[in-house]
Design a protein around this ligand. Structure first.
Ligand SMILES: NCCCNCCCCCS
Ligand SMILES: [Zn+2]
Length: 664
């Protein structure tokens, strides 16, 4: 299934008609450059074009009052003076004779996107719209927004398709207070937003945008705010919050639909956000949400005011929605102190509502919400500083790297008598192994693993790895007689200097992994039921689940809170996923793991499985081919000891691995 793209140039046909410094950044070119970048890059041709439509009155009334709608209906017939007068009653927004029409198209586009995804016409999609929506409220326009496109879409999805749980992720740099107000007492809609806050000194300067607004009444716990109290947040900060706040809750919530308030003013160069995260971060943020809700993801444009980073960020998002390999994110140094404080506050505010946050630490000593609010004087000085000096147009950042699709997506190395799963390309060619290597293999194993066809298997295995690292093949599945032996060979004989770092994810435990290297060339994360006595090296991280890998709650917690942050910081060139026989890992969890690991090493994942486990080849192939993993159904409360142990493990490791930090 494909990716929907909604765009209608009619939505470029309104603009600011008078002088208003607060609104001058919201220009038609925002939409034009975004769409043109998709066309120029060939991405629009790969999408399924879905026409925009006007939202009907009843659809708009799902969120807004009749009074407000009737008032907006009059704006097309207003004189310039009337429009100015009408605008005065709202904040940081402007009206135009054509904005009502465009606002209906923006909301209608979001609904068209929901229809396309919910009817299975497409897997996911993006609506490029203006005016944005997440600031508009029941009875008021605000922050360039007229109708709350995403809030209307959420209500519409519930009403028309009986969707039980909707996750709204708002990665725009402003707090979508309109969305928060709409659903704060509604446990069927989980709203997550991070936003520039600076201790309430940043627009819209609301006390209720802080982390302690967790929702009300039955909605308590279903509103998550992560305030950024400094500018200059980077990729590490964003990924840390996803791994340690959003994803654990999102997986526990188990949504049927994911809506994204896709604002790109959180990208570097944006004059509003003044952040430093690069456009390729949105490739990863999108990817990390794509295994929720069976892949049903609708992204709707909100903000984004630097035309260069906006266009790049939109392209990064669409390319991921299309399933292209992800770019590697280099030198993630871990979250800054301010970000850690924010995520620690958000986690502690929600630990009573979410069992996946149960073991979160107490809030930091310096309770950031009451930290002295800068005096108006200081604030005045800052704004007096010429806009140019503080402006971010001067920022430069590298073009996002090309994300090339290898000619072959998934290859397999199987015994001749094992049928190749659909969609995989059997690798039969194999270069002859150097005699030295063959003899090494032979004398390393006295097992039959390396008899005649055993050597063939290994030579094909090495051939496959060669093809992965040169991007001829994206990922692969290998069935071997002895998976532990094979793993050892791969790890020790990885001669290719194209592979500087290998992340080995070992599911289940059969025997001691006694080839732990300390040079950092290999990072082994082992998830199993057995406790490992002591911490051998920074590069061998055993995670123990008391009830074993069949405990999906414990497993997904270890993946989200430990494996993902480690993987991002380690930034491997190859991921080796080893399924030990008898691990007991549940199929949907196995597919989720493969899906999430695709975020590393440009998707170069090599799955090693034992021949006697060939029954799970089908689901492995499906995940390797990029099909969304099935939702993790009815997750139990994680084992307290495991949750606690994971927290302790993170605290012990965070000195070496900065991305594991969750406490200041
Ligand atoms: N410096 C201009 C102040 C703009 N304040 C409103 C921002 C609305 C963003 C919508 S994503
Ligand atoms: Zn914004």
């Amino acid at each position: 299934m494909g990716t929907a793209l909604l765009y209608d140039e009619e939505m470029t046909k309104y603009k600011l008609l008078w002088v208003d410094p607060a609104c001058k950044i919201e220009v038609p070119e925002r939409l034009i450059v975004s769409y043109e970048a998709l066309v120029r890059s060939g991405l629009s041709d790969r999408c399924i074009s879905i026409p925009a439509r006007e939202a009907s009155d009843s659809e708009i009334l799902l969120v807004h009052s009749e009074l407000y709608l009737e008032a907006v209906k009059k704006t097309p017939y207003m004189t310039l003076e009337d429009l100015k007068e009408f605008t005065l009653q709202f904040g940081d927004v402007y009206f135009h004779p054509n904005i009502y029409h465009c606002a209906k198209l923006a909301s209608g586009s979001a609904l068209q996107l929901v229809d396309s995804v919910m009817t299975g016409k497409v897997r996911n999609g993006i609506a490029l719209v203006r005016p944005p929506g997440h600031h508009s409220m029941h009875g008021a326009a605000n922050g360039f927004c007229v109708f709350n496109n995403v809030a209307i879409a959420a209500r519409y999805a519930k009403q028309k398709y009986g969707v039980k749980r909707v996750l709204i992720v708002d990665w725009d740099i402003h707090h979508g207070q309109g969305v928060q107000y709409c659903f704060e007492d509604d446990p069927s809609v989980l709203y997550f937003s991070w936003h520039r806050y600076e201790h309430q000194n940043f627009w819209p300067n609301l006390r209720e945008s802080d982390y302690d607004s967790v929702g009300k009444e039955s909605g308590a716990g279903f509103n998550i705010n992560v305030p950024w109290n400094n500018v200059g947040m980077e990729n590490s900060d964003y990924l840390s919050v996803f791994c340690h706040v959003l994803l654990p809750v999102a997986y526990e919530f188990c949504p049927d639909l994911v809506l994204v308030c896709a604002g790109f003013d959180s990208a570097i160069g944006d004059p509003e956000g003044e952040m430093c995260a690069t456009p390729d971060i949105f490739a990863h943020l999108t990817h990390l949400l794509m295994n929720l809700a069976g892949g049903k993801l609708c992204a709707v444009l909100e903000g984004g005011y630097n035309l260069t980073s906006l266009a790049q960020s939109v392209c990064q998002t669409v390319q991921t929605l299309l399933g292209d390999p992800l770019p590697q994110l280099a030198n993630l140094r871990g979250p800054c102190k301010s970000a850690i404080e924010s995520l620690q506050c958000a986690r502690s505010a929600h630990r009573r509502y979410w069992s996946f946050l149960k073991h979160a630490a107490d809030p930091p000593m310096t309770d950031i919400s009451t930290k002295h609010v800068k005096s108006a004087m200081e604030e005045e000085e800052k704004t007096e500083m010429a806009e140019e000096e503080r402006c971010t147009e001067g920022k430069v950042w590298p073009e996002p790297p090309e994300r090339l699709c290898p000619p072959v997506c998934s290859a397999s190395v199987l015994p001749d008598d094992v049928a190749c799963p659909d969609g995989l390309k059997r690798l039969s060619s194999s270069k002859d192994l150097e005699p030295l290597l063959v003899s090494k293999l032979k004398n390393r194993f006295r097992t039959a693993a390396v008899d005649g066809d055993g050597v063939t298997t290994f030579s094909r295995l090495y051939t496959l790895i060669e093809k992965l690292v040169v991007n001829e093949i994206r990922n692969g599945l290998v069935l071997v007689p002895d998976v532990a032996a094979a793993m050892m060979c791969v790890v020790q004989d990885l001669t290719s200097d194209l592979v500087k770092r290998v992340l080995v994810v070992c599911v289940g435990k059969e025997k001691e992994l006694d080839y732990i290297t300390t040079d950092g060339k290999v990072l082994v994360v082992q998830i199993s039921s057995e406790d490992s006595e002591e911490q051998r090296s920074k590069y061998y991280i055993p995670v123990c689940l008391k009830k074993g890998c069949s405990d999906t709650s414990g497993f997904i917690q270890a993946v989200l809170g430990l494996l993902l942050p480690l993987g991002y910081e380690y930034n491997p060139d190859l991921v080796l996923l080893v399924r030990m026989p008898g691990s007991g890992v549940v199929d949907s969890m196995w597919q989720q793991l493969i899906g999430l690991l695709q975020g590393f090493a440009k998707g170069h994942t090599l799955v090693l499985m034992q021949v006697n486990e060939k029954a799970c080849m089908g689901s492995t192939a499906s995940a390797l081919l990029g099909h969304p993993a099935p939702p993790l159904q009815d997750l139990q409360t994680p084992f307290p000891e495991d949750g606690d142990a994971l927290e302790r493990l993170r605290e012990r490791l965070q000195a070496d691995w900065k991305m594991l930090q969750t406490t200041s």
